[in-house]
Design a binder for this molecule. Structure first.
Ligand SMILES: Cc1cc2nc3c(=O)[nH]c(=O)nc-3n(C[C@H](O)[C@H](O)[C@H](O)COP(=O)(O)OP(=O)(O)OC[C@H]3O[C@@H](n4cnc5c(N)ncnc54)[C@H](O)[C@@H]3O)c2cc1C
Length: 348
């Protein structure tokens, strides 16, 4: 085996690429495992470039006000990848464009990339050992895990059909888009985040139906009260989503709701469907290797730092954050992880 790497970064969302930019500029020659282009990752929505690559407009990432980016993208992204990108159609940046830009920025400073998953790790001895999906094992002095999380969906074909055309799993990301503004919307879920999403959407929606499969919300008392106090929220009890209704021109136009207590089905006219049924962090390959939270997120072990339960292994982005879950916060903690790793390496 050749010399251990100074730093390996696992992941390919805003956290991973930001870590790579900082690590590369600190002369750590980072090696990024951006994930494999596999059917398994396609089905799990974990293909390279992360969650942002699954969306269209990104209106809340700083630095991209309205404007036509075509010429900039032509100049910034290297040859073939630019050719394969979808034509720029929006007056602002799209998720895939933003991720291509930040990936390119990491490459420009010398980041090397391997398009494979990391499927196993050995953090019990130093240097750490990481095994990729092609069977090759790599050694590294420091590791940043930035493997993100994925939003849970119900798995309905109609839900898949209308993703980005009225079906979303992130109110903060998409709620202010013109297609949802001043329209009736439906949120599915019954926990704190479902109430939070519904409450957030009422800032711009005409009305929000909070649809829950039981007769009582799982959310905390405080959040239940918040839902009750908001005149724009109407709670629909004992119902689940049977089908998202829509058409090619308008996207989502309604939902068909099934009763969980044997009542007849009915339909609601809504312009948007927001799933708030949790997220799954991409930590399965780290089970028993790093401390996880109850919800299986990576645990940051030092307040305000990105250290994990193993010295020399750092975590960044949604894989360790079940609360903010935004591109800019992921990028921010990616920067922190690279600085933490650089200082840790220097101190050794
Ligand atoms: C539909 C949608 C729309 C969104 N819109 C916005 C928005 O408008 N604005 C906003 O700020 N946020 C938005 N978000 C949230 C935002 O995308 C996330 O907060 C952000 O992408 C998290 O970044 P991350 O770097 O932690 O990882 P992720 O983006 O989750 O990427 C991690 C990636 O790492 C790779 N990976 C995983 N496991 C492995 C492994 N074992 N080996 C190698 N690679 C691996 C996979 O490709 C995975 O997708 C949206 C999310 C979704 C789902």
């Amino acid at each position: 085996m050749s010399e251990p790497e100074k730093i390996i970064i696992i992941g390919s969302g805003p956290a991973a690429w930001t870590s790579a930019i900082y690590a590369a500029r600190a002369s750590l020659q980072p090696l990024v495992f951006e994930g494999a282009v596999s059917e398994e990752n396609r089905l799990a929505s974990t293909l390279p470039l992360g969650q942002l690559a699954l969306t269209t407009e990104v209106e809340n990432y700083p630095g991209f006000p309205a404007g036509d980016l075509t010429a900039y993208l032509d100049g910034a992204i290297a040859g073939q990848r630019r050719e394969y990108m979808a034509p720029h159609r929006k007056e602002g940046v799209s998720g895939p464009e933003l991720m291509e830009l930040v990936r390119q920025q990491a490459i420009n400073f010398g980041t090397r990339i391997i398009t494979e998953d990391i499927v196993d790790v050995d953090f019990s001895a130093h240097p750490f050992k990481l095994t990729a999906s092609d069977g090759v094992t790599y050694e590294s002095q420091a590791v940043i895990v930035a493997t993100g999380a994925r939003a849970n969906y119900l798995g309905l074909p109609s839900e898949e059909k209308y993703k980005n055309r009225g079906v979303s799993a992130c109110a903060v990301c998409d709620g202010a888009l013109p297609r949802f503004r001043n329209k009736p919307l439906a949120v599915f879920g019954g926990g704190d985040s479902a109430v939070e999403e519904a409450d957030y959407l009422t800032k711009s929606a005409e009305k929000v139906y909070l649809v829950h499969r039981r007769a009582e919300l799982r959310a905390s008392k405080f959040m239940v009260q918040r839902a009750a106090d908001n005149p724009k929220i109407e709670i629909v009890w004992n119902r689940t989503l049977a089908e998202v209704l829509g058409n090619d021109r308008d996207g989502v136009t309604g939902v068909r709701l099934q009763s969980t207590v044997g009542e007849p089905e009915w339909q609601l006219a809504v312009a948007g469907v927001f799933l708030a049924i949790g997220h799954t962090p991409n930590t399965a390959f780290l089970k028993d290797k790093l401390a996880l939270t109850e919800k299986k997120y990576l645990r940051w072990t030092t307040p305000g730092r990105t250290a994990t339960s193993v010295e020399g292994v750092f975590a960044a982005g949604d894989v360790a954050d079940d609360y903010y879950r935004q591109a800019v916060t992921a990028a921010g903690s990616g920067c922190m992880a690279a600085l933490d790793a650089e200082r840790w390496l220097a101190a050794r």
